[in-house]
Design a protein around this ligand. Structure first.
Ligand code: SF4
Length: 550
């Protein structure tokens, strides 16, 4: 692409009368307290202060601007104190919800976790996080109950196995989603691992990319099943085939859920593997320079993409950032379903990978240590995390797959899950998240157990995503049955925990948002029966081949 001509057109970006805090248009004054805090001090500096000062300090003595703000760039959030329900939360200030602990995210960015890495993750969980460890839908391991004094030792030990928490939260390059089967799947179009590693090398801890208007989510896959939920990322690279140039990547921009969901739009280009990081920097640069910074609720890339449209967005990328034109190419065909890689599958090198499901991503330190034992005992390469709160073990010998799968069952993971265990996700919820209105993880576990009894066999996949608030961290709007936590009225007119229901959403072919009907609200206590009714109606009324979504 370096041979591509420099675009001749001079792109115009008019300066509106009322600025939205877009740096590229000269609106440099901070317009809200988050922007002010980032201006006061680069949030990356808080990482050094944790090591030098805060790790030795009492929780209450830590500067609140660091503790509740800049620590996010270190992968740390203050944790919700136990005992508050959604109703009480509404009347409390953020600091009143604090206990003296942190939630910590370890990003894996599509890397393979070796036996040593899994052992470190498990040991840290048991030593410092009361055994907690959740697999998130963004390739993270998330700990709870972390004391600030533990953090330097945790960082040192994570670093020794190639892991980091840096910029796992904050207005930063958030953890990258990579294909769990990169480099190993027989049907892979291209292995994008090197591009993802290079994006990480260029961006993490780099002040150029440490102050976005808000979070910036990246996904990349060379697998035809689009196994990284590319539609709901700010920027995604998806393998595409050019009739003459061969396999490269299309770039999709502007996806995101939360309270104002958008599916990513396709640039319709062909990018060779080695130039993917340049294109990432172009999209990230546009977001940094032209993203809206006035209102946090409008500060995601999706709003800029919607306002500019694809043609202008691509033109600005080419003229102002890449200084060259990108090759136009039809966007790749969209698969019927996105791959979750559950089960036992042969790799292209003759070994096998095994996709296994915990329950809604919840594992613990002992599970990680048990997995490390299995990986080492059978000489497997390691494990990757998926975009669906699951994991994939890589490089198992054909003769060992049965024994390995039996070993997984013993530690609470299964390579042959029911539909409900396989396709249910839940966010952190009220147990630890300060924004939550309702409980999610335990509720989802009970729901799965009940649905497994009521619908032990299901011939058509149905996904259920439980979320504790409107932020949609577990993708409310793109599940067959999406649940958004809120307070609802029970039959006595009392406010109780419950969910707004979104029906018929999905990713891949026919990607769309679930329908949200006003009457579709359910109490947490009534959830099992509600879903039973919905599924029974679908099974009774469907035409041949009709999926839940249609
Ligand atoms: Fe917290 Fe809401 Fe995200 Fe759940 S969806 S983790 S409750 S912010």
């Amino acid at each position: 692409m370096n041979d591509q001509p420099t675009p001749a057109v001079k792109v115009e970006i008019p300066r509106p009368k009322r600025g939205e805090g877009q740096w590229g248009l000269g609106y440099l004054e901070p317009l809200n307290k988050n922007e002010q805090s980032k201006r006061d001090d680069n949030p990356l500096n808080a990482i050094g202060r944790i090591k030098s000062t805060w790790a030795q300090a009492e929780f209450d003595r830590i500067d609140p601007a660091d503790k509740r703000g800049r620590f996010r760039w270190a992968g740390l959030y203050t944790q919700r104190a136990p005992g508050f329900d959604g109703g009480k939360t509404a009347t409390l200030e953020e600091e009143e919800l604090d206990d003296s602990f942190f939630m910590m995210r370890v990003r894996t960015d599509g890397q393979i976790l070796t036996g040593a890495a899994l052992r470190t993750l498990g040991s840290l969980s048991n030593e410092y996080a009361r055994g907690t460890a959740d697999i998130t839908d963004r390739n993270n391991i998330q700990y709870h109950w972390i004391e600030i004094g533990s953090v330097p030792d945790m960082w040192e030990r994570l670093d020794a196995v190639g892991l980091t928490t840096i910029e796992a939260c904050g207005d930063s390059p958030r953890p990258f989603l990579g294909s769990p089967v990169a480099g190993i799947a027989k049907d892979e179009l291209i292995d994008g691992s090197s591009a993802l590693a290079e994006i990480k090398r260029r961006s993490l801890g780099n002040p150029e990319y440490s102050n976005f208007p808000r979070k910036f989510k990246t996904a990349l896959t060379g697998h035809p099943s689009h196994d990284v939920a590319p539609e709901v990322n700010d920027v995604a690279f998806v393998a595409t085939v050019h009739p003459e140039l061969g396999v490269g990547f299309d770039c999709w921009v502007g996806g995101g859920l939360s309270t104002n969901p958008h599916l990513a739009q396709k640039l319709g280009v062909w990018i060779p593997l080695e130039e993917v990081p340049d294109v990432w920097e172009a999209v990230a640069g546009i977001f940094r320079d032209y993203g809206y910074r006035r209102l946090r609720s409008r500060a995601r890339l999706k709003f800029l993409v919607a306002d500019w449209g694809m043609e202008k967005f691509r033109e600005v990328m080419e003229v102002k950032y890449l200084k060259r034109e990108m090759v136009r190419c039809e966007s790749p065909a969209v698969p019927e379903h996105q791959g979750d890689h559950i089960g036992v599958h042969e790799q292209k090198d003759g070994k096998f990978f095994i996709g296994a499901a915990p329950v809604v991503g919840r594992i613990n330190g002992d599970v990680l240590l048990g997995l490390a034992d299995l990986v080492e005992q059978y000489g497997a390469q390691g494990a990757r995390l998926t975009a669906y709160q699951k994991l994939v073990v890589i490089g198992v010998d054909g003769a060992d797959t049965e024994a390995f799968a039996a070993g997984l069952e013993k530690i609470g993971l299964t390579a042959a899950p029911s539909n409900w265990r396989r396709r249910t996700m839940a966010c952190t919820g009220i147990e630890y998240c300060k924004l939550a209105i309702v409980e999610t993880k335990d509720r989802a576990k009970d729901l799965i157990e009940e649905l497994e009894k009521r619908f032990p066999e299901l011939d058509s996949p149905i996904s259920v995503n439980l979320n504790g608030c409107p932020n949609a961290c577990a993708r409310t709007q793109v599940a067959d049955i999406g649940l958004k936590g809120q307070l609802v009225l029970d039959e006595n007119g009392e406010q109780v925990s419950g969910y707004q229901v979104h029906l018929g959403g999905g990713l891949a072919l026919g990607a769309n948002f679930g329908r949200k009907l006003r009457a579709h609200k359910v109490t947490s206590a009534g959830l099992d029966d509600y879903i039973t009714k919905v599924v029974t109606n679908y099974l009774a009324g469907r035409a041949a081949g009709e999926s839940f979504q249609t």
